[in-house]
Design a protein around this ligand. Structure first.
Ligand SMILES: *[C@@H]1O[C@H](CO)[C@@H](O)[C@H](O)[C@H]1NC(C)=O
Ligand SMILES: *[C@@H]1O[C@H](CO)[C@@H](O)[C@H](O)[C@H]1NC(C)=O
Ligand SMILES: *[C@@H]1O[C@H](CO)[C@@H](O)[C@H](O)[C@H]1NC(C)=O
Ligand SMILES: *[C@@H]1O[C@H](CO)[C@@H](O)[C@H](O)[C@H]1NC(C)=O
Ligand SMILES: *[C@@H]1O[C@H](CO)[C@@H](O)[C@H](O)[C@H]1NC(C)=O
Ligand SMILES: *[C@@H]1O[C@H](CO)[C@@H](O)[C@H](O)[C@H]1NC(C)=O
Length: 362
């Protein structure tokens, strides 16, 4: 008997789904969710095993426009289907996939029914900042991963949960980063902001105690951001307008291993004497800048990229302060092509100093 009611409801929904616009579908999904929670369609004799897993609501309360495979009961797949709105999200869902649609906005409340949401994957839509409610993400205390890259956001969304670990906002049009944007996100480990229009981050990065990866490639920065996070290990700043760096920007950060500053406006005048002479750094990319001399680096550095600058001399003292059997550079890769030096400019003691280098490009 109950089985018949379920079949009728399903048949009617399938019928309607042919003719109803997206908004009605959201409403119908909600209705179906309620039907389930009132016990209709609950099978005790296994008749509907092919329809859904026993005692598993994931198939039944799934919005019609999405897939909720029984094998992944906490996931809802709504990606790649031309959606213009966020569908109803059932309360037990933890992972929602909405990427590659045509969603332009998110209204307050759409995620409030699912407080355990852990991942929201929403890249490659048409989101603009003025169509995202100011409290859309505010009631998601378990959200760890938020993918909003490849949209058309002009500002960092407000009230993002402190629980975030992985935040992708790259490839938008973000120029506004309110001061408190990342406030309290003490578990955030990766922040992707590349390919935006950011001119200044102010102190916005302060308090990101766990951040290890910061990607700011392709913005409009004129300075290295202030208050770089203390545990940062990879810093990507390529394709900005940075012309100088602060003297202590590396010495305060023992975990920083990779620093990429290629395609900026750096000159030797903008680089304080020992700014890059820190033993923790493993890779330094200064290619495509305006350097005329090789900056002093630590003997611990392994990869140094200096191609496409205006370097006129090969100064061994930049790599080794003392050259003897015990004192030499750990440099493995040195790229110097597209500068103003030739192999004849390399002094003999360079061989001793750079004895570990397997790859020197001139
Ligand atoms: C959220 O998760 C907690 C802990 O796993 C669980 O007790 C609770 O029922 C879940 N809430 C919903 C709405 O599913
Ligand atoms: C992005 O949004 C702006 C308004 O903020 C609008 O003028 C522009 O046309 C949008 N661009 C695209 C590619 O949708
Ligand atoms: C950070 O992660 C820890 C461990 O998982 C958790 O206990 C804590 O609540 C998280 N902090 C925030 C702000 O969510
Ligand atoms: C980016 O935002 C600026 C305003 O800040 C606007 O003039 C421009 O059209 C936007 N670019 C795109 C591709 O939407
Ligand atoms: C680089 O730093 C080391 C260790 O702090 C120091 O001994 C050395 O003199 C510095 N190199 C130069 C060229 O100043
Ligand atoms: C040179 O090598 C010796 C022996 O390893 C070491 O004690 C000394 O500090 C090194 N000098 C420099 C300037 O690195």
């Amino acid at each position: 008997m109950r089985g018949w009611i379920l079949l009728l409801i399903l048949a009617r929904l399938v019928n309607l789904s042919m003719t109803q616009p997206t908004n009605s579908l959201t409403w119908l999904s909600y209705l179906r969710n309620r039907a389930y929670s009132h016990g209709y369609g609950r099978s005790h004799n296994g008749n509907y095993a092919s329809l859904r897993n026993e005692d598993e609501p994931s198939v039944l309360d799934c919005p019609l426009e999405c897939d909720c495979p029984p094998a992944y009961p906490k996931a809802m797949y709504c990606n790649n289907r031309k959606l213009q709105h966020v569908p109803f999200v059932p309360s037990h869902i933890k992972y929602v996939y909405l990427q590659n649609n045509q969603i332009t906005g998110i209204t307050n409340g759409v995620f409030d029914n699912a407080p355990n949401l852990t991942w929201i994957i929403m890249h490659a839509n048409k989101l603009t900042s003025d169509k995202i409610g100011d409290k859309v993400f505010a009631k998601l205390p378990n959200l760890q991963r938020l993918f909003l890259q490849n949209n058309n956001l002009s500002r960092v969304p407000q009230d993002l949960p402190h629980s975030l670990r992985d935040l992708h906002l790259n490839h938008n049009n973000i120029s506004v980063v309110p001061l408190n944007s990342f406030h309290g996100m003490s578990n955030l480990t990766a922040l992707y902001l590349q390919a935006n229009a950011i001119e200044d981050l102010g102190n916005a990065l302060k308090g990101l105690l766990s951040l290890t990866v910061l990607d700011l490639r392709g913005n409009r920065l004129k300075m290295i951001p202030q208050s770089l996070p203390p545990k940062l290990s990879q810093l990507y700043l390529e394709y900005n307008y940075i012309s100088s760096i602060p003297a202590d920007f590396l010495s305060q950060r023992p975990d920083l291993r990779f620093v990429r500053l290629s395609h900026n406006q750096l000159t030797n005048g903008g680089i304080p004497a020992n700014a890059f002479n820190v033993s923790t750094l493993v890779e330094l990319d200064l290619s495509f800048n305006k350097l005329e001399r090789i900056p002093t680096i630590s003997t611990s550095l392994e990869n140094l990229y200096l191609q496409a600058n205006k370097i006129k001399e090969f100064s061994v003292s930049s790599f080794c302060r003392v050259v003897d059997t015990n004192n030499y550079s750990n440099l493995r890769v040195l790229r110097l092509e597209a500068n103003e030096i030739t192999p004849r400019d390399i002094p003999n003691e360079a061989v001793l100093c750079l004895r570990l280098a397997t790859n020197i490009d001139l």
